[in-house]
Design a binder for this molecule. Sequence first.
Ligand SMILES: [Ca+2]
Ligand SMILES: [Ca+2]
Length: 877
Amino acid sequence: MKLWPNLVCVLVMVIAATSNKVQGGTPYRVLLDTDVDTDDFFALLYLLKLNQSQINLQAITVNTNSWTNAGHAANQIYDILYMMGRDDIDVGVGGDGAILENGTIQSNVGGYLPIIDQGRGTTGPCRYRQAIPVGGGGRLDIDTNMGIRRSFLPQGNRRYSPLRQPTAQQVLIKTISKGPVTVFITGAHTNMGIFLMTNPNLKKNINHIYIMGGGVRSSNPTGCCPKNATSSCQPQQCGDRGNMFTAFRSNPYAEFNFFGDPFAAYQVIHSGIPITLVPLDATNTIPITQEFFKAFEQNQHTYEAQYVFKSLKMARDTWFDDQFFTSYFMWDSFMAGVATSSMLHGEYEENEFAEMEYMNITVITSNEPYGISDGSNAFFDEGKIPKFNLGKNGVHSGHVQTGIRDPFCLRENARGRCKDGYTEEVVGPDSVRVRVATRAKPNRDTTSTLDREYYVHYLDVLNRPQYKGRFNFTTEFPRYKEVLYKPDFKGKKLGKTVVFDMDMSAGDFLALFYLLKVPVEEIYLKAILVTGSGWANAATIDVVYDLLHMMGRDDILVGLGDLFAVNQSYPNGPLVGDCKYSKAIPHGSGGRLDSDTLYGLARDLPRSPRRYTAENSVEFGAPRDTDFPQLRQPLALEVWRSLVKSLDDGSKITILTNGPLTNLANILLSESNASAIIQEVFILGGHVNHQKNEEKGNAINVPSNKYAELNMFLDPLAAKTVFDSSLEVTLIPLHMQRRVYAFPRIIKKLQAKNMTPEAIFTKRLLMRLHRLRRRHHLYRHVDMFSGEILGAIILADDHQKHLNSTFGVEHLKVNAEGMLSKDGEVTFDTYKNKGFKVLQGFDYVSCYNIFSNRLLRQEQSAVIGSFDEQKRLWSSQ
Ligand SMILES: [Ca+2]
Ligand SMILES: [Ca+2]
């Protein structure tokens, strides 16, 4: 052991000789790999404020399998960089490459899945990802930064755009091959793990990796019973090493970043590159205290300080209990300080903010006993050669946690036994000596109310006049104004009341445009319900608001539905659950990444003052009122109830569903009067298999399932609830939709001298889908989205006068037995009394005409055509 200090000495000398530290005016080149959680941009903004001749952030890669979804995360990064005047910084996200069964890692693996689950494409299970809540307090709040992102951050020209977006691996290779670089990791390690496995020759250019993550000797201070608590108080994760509040019963050891991809973290830690770890050990000693919060409140002299403080305040105001000031820590933002201070002191040496210690650790990637094969460990598929030349009985060969409720890990009335992702102290050949931050240093000024050195420094840096943010969204334009556009229906006889239920797939937006163009005397669209269990993530609800704003329909209520399919969230922790069905949708290209950004076009829509927000009120069960509780995002059921209340006596509601039937099923299950109030339901979806198995369904990423249509597959139990109800249903099945899969024909029709803004936008979207479809196999399925206009057209085609549509009555049932190969399949049921009206034929040429004519008509046209128009309006004198 005496060898160590000498070895370190030699290492320091070698690194000093080759490092990029400030010598002769050369700054440190830094790459940040981030999951764009709230605390990540606290760190990012801090880094952007440091003296650029010392610390120069060159590139950001986005981690895509953790707290955010790729499209929302990348666009938030672009906006922050635009605010800070740093459009020169490269941003990498995603990639659709595969890891083949023989272990070959293709280029551009996007990190949507942990290495162990990565196969071909970007669909896959959620064994680790499910630890992160999907809705409020989780990805929905982080994707939107609780609503603050779009109310505050300015919008520049950079954005995610399909097939043009540089991937994470491209940016890593470009940045690291240019010369010595220091890497910061503040999310799961997938991007860097894959990079190191595929580019061993570039390792030499990485001087040092600084990591926020892990918990070595940490002892969780949250979830403990207060000293004077009654005997009924059950300690939760109190004293655990880890911090996974959703999963501590199965795994009390892991910290979220390492749990996100333990095998990737192992690759990084064991890479031989010098590592500094800022784990929970240290971050637990630097909470956002009341004193720090107060000092921050009075210290907001820059936009970046305001953005961080607003975010902190919203996090505090919406915290689930009253322990915010002892449970919310400086994680990534503390690491950024410890790292840069260490660098400026010449690596390995002192730093101003944390006490450091060397420890020998490893990252646990599987649980003992090793060498078993219980089907949990995809690196060791039975009968095959282990991937990546892993040793048959080595540390990676044990049971791998299959989910946060893995029965192997849960033990009755005892701590869970799985350690996946644990940064355990070990001795022997599989240990690595790393530098570990153990606690935050106290403030040298002992008279200050801020008792950590870093508190003072962080506020100071964020408020510096140097490298200041240029504007926020409201100050970007001299005449910025928030207006809600609501139509005047006075004197009009409104048509049937319609609710549109959508999963925010591209075609749903086409259908929505169409519904808004049908004269209100025929269709009065009154509310929209969205689900996050289909093609888009919940935060995409903002695109719905923007489209409505464009069309002058800020009067339409928008309700946020369940984010899980029926029975897929866990009973005792409904924020998390399984992705059994939703895993059929790709995360990357052609999937959620594109839906969430409307194929890169969402940002061309004008920005609505209405948006998702975490604002909340006691009235709706929140722990406390936030500043603007009236802005709270209504839930689907609440919208439904208020709509029912507003109905005139005897009038009824017609529903069009364009996604999984989750919302409709929840209405039926919870509202006893629902079927009496619903006039009729038009369901876009279901594959009625007339051709005796010749025509397949479209659950394309579930090869075992041949005949289901996706809207049914994504929530089979919801579909069953609706199919077994007494509702009047008109079904627009898949084989009918397929008749309108022809982009060029619709695009050709969308042509006129005076194009309406909605026709222009629709045409651009269709042209983009068409181009992508021809260019890349991952977009081959996107013509299914043109079929999604059919439900809206049928609904509006009263008396079948234009389409020559014909219907038959079929007695149908849907399979919801829980078998992936069968779920969502629609079959005939001769025992059923009630039949569905099923679309059997229509004139598809008229369909294109009807769609394009409506979009082109000048009536009920957009009131504000685009974001560009809004910018001109807000800039003019
Ligand atoms: Ca993070
Ligand atoms: Ca849809």
